[in-house]
Design a protein around this ligand. Structure first.
Ligand code: FRU
Length: 466
């Protein structure tokens, strides 16, 4: 069945699904989430003609990773998002198994999408085409077709074009797997977005002495930031370490000198971008005022995701909050986009022994915490422990019930935590680290502080805006 013949099914899925999703006590009230079906990567994130546009991988038909379309939201302020027409559906031979991830550019005033057409064959093999689509006056998109076939030396896993302009030329990074099944980031160059020439590999196995770097790198994003260049990408197959890379797939960053003339990226080591349970496939955009803003998928394609209880309500996953990125002292700093403070209401302050602190309603909550030792219980479904080692975040596996732990190690001086109905985003030391996680408490979820140490608290309830 081709997707055009699924139009009635998509309309029905949305009409039936939206009220069901909104009635779910875990449906977010200030983060973008799908009205029905499964959402994954943010795509095409851009500030264009006075609004932010955020596209997303979306299967509107059910909660499985298939039928990937591009959904589309726009926003004037990164806080209030409105639905735009469905942008892309996999209805052409070159994208029949999914309009996979990609980016958006402003091509002389035309909002242009660069995405991967994913094609699977009966023998289990696949190919990928990098494709373009342009916006029409009514907000729909017209596909222009493939502009780049599989480059030689790589498997069918070449995808997720992130395109930008520099000195009048277009550049594209692609996530890739070479024929020896090693992860890479490829760079291409074009004068017109249509004819692309290879500039080689800029990261991955064998580049800058990197080895054991996994079998496939997804969703690269390369940008200048505060006097350096940062490459964000998602290497699949990195070895788990005792305290990092504990998710099935991690998101990472590295920084260094990128030289356009030689197309060489002289970068340092890989770092985990977010130490929480759910974070993957982030993408950045430049705000009108020059800030580099990141949004990630608060999900990971792993065995646990299919056990999330929202599935029974016909929807899955949400985005992270938008974050401002800065580079300082050799580190990437992430803080909630300043626009989000518009959601705060009813500021309160409290100081004393942790165990005397008031319970807080975690439904929509932001708090700043000063403490050296404390435990925070989120509705009995997630537990944060802060001590001299750093932070431990614990929750039960949805599969086995065993306790799973994620770590952020270091001296913790300050926490800023943003909660929605089924998510917690923990910003450590004003952005030195972040831990993003979903959790599924009974509502109203009470948040409780425990321990004998003194803590200082400043907190707000957050307005529902979605
Ligand atoms: C990352 C990813 C991308 C791909 C998309 C498909 O989560 O696997 O590499 O383009 O999801 O939905």
């Amino acid at each position: 069945m081709t997707l055009p013949s699924r139009w009635p099914a998509i309309l029905q899925a949305v009409m039936k699904g939206q009220p069901r999703a909104l009635a779910d006590s875990h449906y977010p009230q200030w983060h973008p989430a799908p009205v029905t079906g499964l959402m994954n990567d943010p795509n095409g994130f851009i500030w264009f003609a006075g609004r932010y546009h955020l596209f997303y991988q979306w299967n509107p038909l059910d909660c499985e990773h298939r039928f990937k379309c591009w959904g589309h939201w726009s926003s004037a302020d990164l806080v209030h998002w409105r639905h735009e027409p469905l942008a892309l559906m996999p209805d052409e031979a070159y994208d029949r198994n999914g309009c996979y991830s990609g980016s958006a550019v402003d091509n002389q005033g035309v909002l242009t999408l660069c995405y991967t057409g994913n094609v699977k064959f009966d023998d289990g093999s696949r190919t990928a085409w990098q494709c373009l689509a342009v916006e029409q006056p009514d907000g729909t998109f017209t596909k222009l077709g493939p502009v780049l076939a599989l480059p030689e030396g790589y498997t069918g896993h070449v995808r997720d074009p992130k395109v930008w302009q520099h000195d009048g030329e277009w550049y594209m990074v692609l996530g890739a797997q070479d024929v020896q099944k090693r992860g890479k980031v490829l760079l291409f160059k074009s004068a017109d977005l249509h004819a692309w020439t290879s500039c080689g590999e800029i990261a991955g196995h064998g580049v800058n002495g990197l080895t054991d770097a996994g079998y496939m790198w997804e969703c690269p994003d390369l940008f200048a930031l505060d006097g350096t260049h940062v490459l964000i990408c998602c290497p699949q197959g990195l070895a788990r370490e005792p305290h990092r890379y504990l998710n099935t797939y991690p998101a990472t960053w590295m920084s260094g000198e990128f030289d356009y003339a030689s197309a060489a990226f002289d970068h340092g080591e890989l770092h985990e971008l977010d130490a929480g349970f759910e974070f993957y496939a982030p993408q950045t955009a430049l705000a009108e005022d020059g800030r580099r803003i990141l949004i990630g998928w608060m999900g990971v394609p792993d065995g646990e995701e299919m056990l999330q209880p929202t599935r029974a309500h016909g929807w899955m996953h949400q985005m992270t909050c938008p974050r401002e990125l800065r580079y300082r002292d050799g580190r990437l700093w992430q803080t909630p986009a300043r626009e989000l403070t518009a959601l705060r209401e009813d500021e309160q302050r409290w100081q004393g022994h942790a165990s005397d602190a008031p319970d807080l309603d975690a439904t929509r909550l932001e708090f700043e915490l000063g403490a050296s030792h404390v435990n925070v219980d989120f509705g009995g479904a997630l537990r944060l422990t802060l001590d001299e080692q750093g932070i431990r975040l614990e929750r039960a596996s949805l599969k086995t019930g065993e306790t799973l732990t994620r770590y952020w190690q270091g001296d913790v001086r300050h926490l800023r935590v943003l909660c929605d109905r089924s998510s917690v985003e923990i910003f450590i030391n004003h952005g030195e680290g972040v831990m993003s996680s979903r959790y599924f408490p009974d509502h109203p979820a009470r948040m409780r502080f425990e321990g004998a140490s003194d803590i200082t608290l400043r907190y707000w309830s957050l307005r529902a805006c979605m």
